[in-house]
Design a protein around this ligand. Structure first.
Ligand SMILES: [Mg+2]
Length: 130
């Protein structure tokens, strides 16, 4: 399982990295959407964890670009992780092509469940085993 976290906040990246390490999963990380998209170009990931609010390109635009690739990677499972609890945000994220939305702070079980669900839903490899 290869996880890419696209998140501008270093502490938030570390929190997720620590949770994934419990399951023995190493996390690749990008501090901007631009960097994250370049990493997706260059590498194969099983799931992307996407922040929404980032300097430069925001998460929704990054999701749009992934879904518009026109190759096999446009099917990448994407879990949005955000502190923004706006009422319509879930439906907006899903409309942009996100598979799941989690609110910060994310609990470990919630994260693993979401990753397992979205990866399975898009026909990827089996979920995390803790
Ligand atoms: Mg952010």
């Amino acid at each position: 399982m290869r996880v890419l976290a696209i998140e501008d906040d270093a502490l938030n990246r570390r929190v997720v990295r620590d949770m994934l390490s419990v399951a023995g999963v190493a996390m690749d990380e990008a501090a901007s959407a631009e960097t994250g998209l370049a990493m997706i170009d260059a590498d194969d990931f099983d799931v992307v964890l996407m922040d929404l609010r980032m300097p430069g390109m925001d998460g929704l635009e990054a999701i749009d670009r992934i879904r518009a690739r026109g190759d096999a990677k446009d099917n990448l499972p994407i879990v949005v992780i955000t502190a923004d609890a706006a009422v319509d945000l879930r439906s907006r994220c899903l409309a942009h092509g996100a598979d799941e939305l989690l609110l910060k702070p994310v609990a470990m079980e919630e994260l693993f469940d979401a990753i397992g669900r979205v990866v399975a839903a898009r026909g990827g490899r089996a979920g995390l085993v803790v």
